[in-house]
Design a protein around this ligand. Structure first.
Ligand code: MSK
Length: 649
């Protein structure tokens, strides 16, 4: 795609709301990620994983055609350096997700112990299911007693010194046996990350293959541990998602209301901001300041959390965070952790907008810090909402521009709801899904997940892939900022079945299932692991995840969390393709081979980097067909009606 206004360079976005706001940024000379990306050139050595900074004899840079033959001062090969860089990135990503999970476990513990009165257990049925995973006896126990035991058991998994992550047993049996054989069954999360940092200290683990095996083990401690705990315990506290309608994109902001944007990742704060903003006392206070009410909107994964549980409209994905402030209509943006960029403060300075940070772990210079504590959760949430309302009279209407673009969306397809939707309330089931994959009406599934990256055209890869997959009878699941992209561009409605291929369209029309399912936030990629395990358990599509005709794709990845998710998915047997920007370890042919051939031989899954969405689509479809052939379901078969003799046979 070319940007006709600026010559032949790639367009910044395919989202008309983003393009509208970027014109304003350009007219007013306001710097955003979209402009800074042209000012800051990526270091070509670091970008391909060829710079070693693990000691102070260097940094050692591997350059030139013969770089794979060279060595650092200590003698390290490029393969060792690239593998160390890779696992350290994954350690950052896994830590972010798992620390989020730990935060939810601590919140559940505080609720159970009565240390906060502002939350309650919203899904007691799931509490009992999760207690079962942890082998906790539920008989005769009230919710709070059980919640305390579940929270303590979950917290124990982070720091456990012996045994494996509890949730490993949710994987297919064959997968568990493979992990055991390969010695990669994940142990306590903290242990795996500390070991990764230890192994990559100078002069420790210097075998690329061995380092990369540990990367898989560590990441799986998050995928089948930290993130899965975050998802389960969030459902217990805030409710297991069910489909809710809303609208997506910057057009959800309102000219005549106090606009508050919630940004970041953890639902612990955002849930209470929703409660505070809906409090009639707060709404009256907003009216006393001349506003017609209070509009809440979300950015990034916080948006996903409150979109799928409370119907709060999402204003956009990660590259929309600065653009939302450029509307001049946002009184306050409140953020907790992850993907909340320092550039926000620079944009906010041009308007009346307050940027408020809340996590004890994350401050931004120039932002107002109001620390969030669960024991005073609602009080603090109200303080923040009141601060936004007080700022409403300061809005300069001459500087305000809210794009009209928005689309209706339906979000909140937890794995529990998908089972219910397909099987009914008494016997939820994946059988209709498996049957329709086997009969070829659904060719397979594609999980399109992850971020935006300003080095790629915003939403282009995500949206084109979503469209192409459903047209070719591939069911699509979306999470994170990819879910925002699908929503902003109108793909998250049941009516989209009319744009799907004939087989998928028929299944969707019959079951009421949309062809693109919003599954949640970044930690909710763990829901996809649960769905894949459920598909295996249901039967007919092999006995392990690597046999399912499915792919995982992050078309516009930007962060360490995305790499970490890719790695636990590969360890679980999935074929994962990343796009937008190239492999961060491409300098090393050895590590590139580990990602592809090495991991495929060991885990049945692999990680590839393909820059353009067309290449990703072709590789994904070829993989789905390969898996269908291996299962013997690649050819359409006539339906055979069995008589009693056949059945006996
Ligand atoms: S927020 S990790 S940009 S998906 Fe989860 Fe979006 Fe990627 Fe952050």
């Amino acid at each position: 795609m070319t940007d006709k206004k600026k010559g032949n360079g790639p367009a910044k976005s395919i989202d008309p709301a983003a393009l509208e706001m970027l014109e304003i940024a350009q007219e007013r000379g306001i710097s955003t990620m979209f402009s800074r990306v042209d000012e800051v050139s990526a270091c070509p050595i670091g970008a391909e994983g060829a710079c070693c900074k693990v000691c102070f004899m260097g940094p050692c840079r591997f350059i030139g055609k013969d770089k794979e033959e060279k060595h650092g001062v200590c003698g390290a090969s490029l393969a060792t350096v690239a593998a160390r860089n890779y696992i350290r990135s994954c350690a950052g990503g896994a830590s972010a997700h798992a620390d989020h999970g730990r935060g939810i476990a601590l919140a559940l513990l505080a609720v159970a112990r009565g240390e906060t009165k502002d939350y309650r257990i919203k899904d007691p049925v799931k509490l009992r299911t999760v207690a079962g995973y942890f082998d906790i006896d539920t008989d005769g126990k009230d919710d709070l007693t059980l919640a305390e035991e579940v929270a303590l058991a979950a917290l124990h998994d982070f720091g456990r010194q012996d045994g494996y992550q509890t949730y490993v047993k949710r994987a297919p049996k064959k997968r568990q046996e493979l992990w055991e054989k390969l010695g990669v069954t994940p142990r306590g999360f903290d242990r795996e990350v500390v070991e990764a940092m230890h192994r990559t200290h100078a002069g420790t683990d210097q075998d690329a293959d061995h380092i990369m095996d540990h990367a898989v083990r560590m990441c799986m401690a998050d995928g089948w541990g930290g993130s899965m705990i975050a998802t389960d315990l969030s459902d217990i506290l805030f409710g297991t998602p069910k489909p809710l309608t809303s609208e997506a994109n910057l057009g959800v902001l309102k000219e005549d209301e106090v606009n508050i944007i919630i940004h970041g990742h953890e639902p612990v704060l955002s849930e209470l901001i929703v409660d505070a903003a809906q409090d009639p006392e707060m709404v009256d206070y907003a009216k006393s300041k001349g506003a017609n009410g209070i509009t809440l909107a979300g950015i990034c994964c916080t948006a996903n959390e409150i979109w799928m549980r409370r119907g709060v409209p999402p204003a956009g994905n990660s590259l929309h965070q600065e653009l939302a402030l450029l509307t001049g209509a946002v009184e306050l943006m409140v953020a907790d952790i992850q993907c909340v960029f320092q550039g926000l403060v620079g944009v906010a300075k041009n308007f009346h907008t307050h940027v408020v940070t809340t996590s004890p772990k994350a401050r931004i210079e120039g932002a107002t810090h109001i620390e969030f504590h669960e024991d005073r959760a609602l009080e603090i949430a109200k303080q923040i909402v009141r601060m936004a309302i007080d700022n409403f009279p300061n809005r300069d209407r001459s500087q305000m521009h809210i794009p009209e673009h928005k689309n209706p969306v339906v979000a909140g397809f937890s794995h529990e709801y998908i089972r219910y939707m397909l099987g009914g309330s008494f016997r939820g089931s994946f059988v209709p899904l498996n049957d329709n994959i086997i009969n070829g009406k659904i060719q397979g599934a594609a999980a399109i997940v992850g971020c935006n990256n300003p080095r790629a055209t915003q939403d282009e890869g995500i949206v084109n892939l979503v469209r192409s997959f459903i047209q070719n009878d591939v069911l699509v699941l979306v999470t994170g900022c990819a879910a925002h992209a699908a929503g902003k561009h109108g793909y998250l409605t049941p009516e989209m079945f009319a744009h799907a291929g004939p087989g998928l369209s028929e299944v969707c029309e019959t079951t009421g299932m949309p062809p693109v399912l919003h599954v949640g936030s970044c930690v909710d990629n763990s829901r996809i692991l649960t769905i894949l395990s459920g598909v295996v358990e249901t039967g007919g599509l092999g006995d392990d995840i690597d046999q399912i005709p499915a792919v995982g794709i992050s078309p516009e990845y930007y962060c360490e969390k995305a790499l970490e998710i890719a790695t636990y998915c590969v360890g679980s047997g999935a074929y994962v393709i990343f796009g937008g920007v190239e492999s961060p370890v491409r300098a090393s042919g050895v590590v590139t081979d580990i990602h592809t051939k090495g991991w495929e031989a060991k885990f049945g899954g692999k990680l590839e980097f393909i820059a353009d969405w067309q290449g990703i689509f072709e590789a994904a479809m070829a993989h789905i067909q390969k898996k269908r052939e291996a299962l013997g379901i690649h050819e359409a078969r006539e339906r055979v009606l069995f008589d009693m003799a056949d059945r006996r046979g």
